[in-house]
Write a protein that binds this ligand. Structure first.
Ligand code: ZN
Length: 206
């Protein structure tokens, strides 16, 4: 079938998205065709502005429209507990269910030597720098990287960096890791929030 150019371009775009195959891409493209023009314009406006007003929070590197993200600005949050997560989707998993009151640090990745991703390619140096500034008010660092090989290696590296950099200065800080109610080899992004809640409550010294 000969598909009009704009529709074909849209379908090609959907096909590039993670988890979407050619059939689904086509179905989504045709679905958009049935939507009201106004709604389409609204969505394309949001997509075209997606990156323009967006930046990383200068403290925790969560996505933000302002220098400090809404979580860092929230005076109700417990700034003495910092959860280190691999990416924004993991942060959002923690935020679902509102059982976590602390703040975050987003690494935007994991140490993955096979794919040439080293500690300096993700936001580990920024985390160490932040801890230098905040070390006196921090009481707990939760290394909430994923329970798979790369996540484990990343947690171990961060712990070693903290020990090496701060010597005895972090003796008052508990370093913990999530308990393994989580499936090993899994991904926090897909954990249901009860599982995440339990693993958070059962977290152990690391
Ligand atoms: Zn922030």
């Amino acid at each position: 079938m000969n598909i009009p150019k704009d529709l074909q371009k849209t379908i090609d775009f959907f096909e590039k998205l993670p988890g979407i195959g050619p059939k689904t891409a086509k179905r989504l493209g045709f679905y958009l065709l049935r939507m009201p023009q106004q709604e389409l314009e609204e969505i394309s406006k949001h997509i075209s502005q997606l990156k323009i007003n967006l930046m990383y929070c200068k403290r925790c590197f969560h996505l933000s429209e302002t220098e400090l993200c809404s979580i860092c600005q929230d005076t109700q949050r417990d700034n003495s507990v910092v959860a280190v997560v691999e990416d924004v989707l993991d942060l959002l998993s923690f935020e679902t269910g509102h059982h976590y009151q602390g703040v975050y640090h987003v690494l935007h990745g994991r140490i993955d030597p096979l794919n040439y991703i080293g500690p300096d390619d993700i936001y580990i140096p920024q985390f160490i720098h932040r801890i230098k500034k905040e070390k006196n008010k921090i009481q707990e660092i939760i290394l909430a990287t994923n329970p798979n090989t790369e996540g484990e290696a990343t947690a171990m590296y961060i712990k070693k960096q903290l020990t090496d950099t701060f010597d005895g200065e972090l003796n008052h800080v508990k370093i913990t890791r999530l308990a393994y109610g989580l499936p090993i080899g899994g991904d926090l992004e897909y954990a249901d929030y009860m599982t995440l809640k339990r693993s958070l409550e059962g977290r152990k010294d690391f």
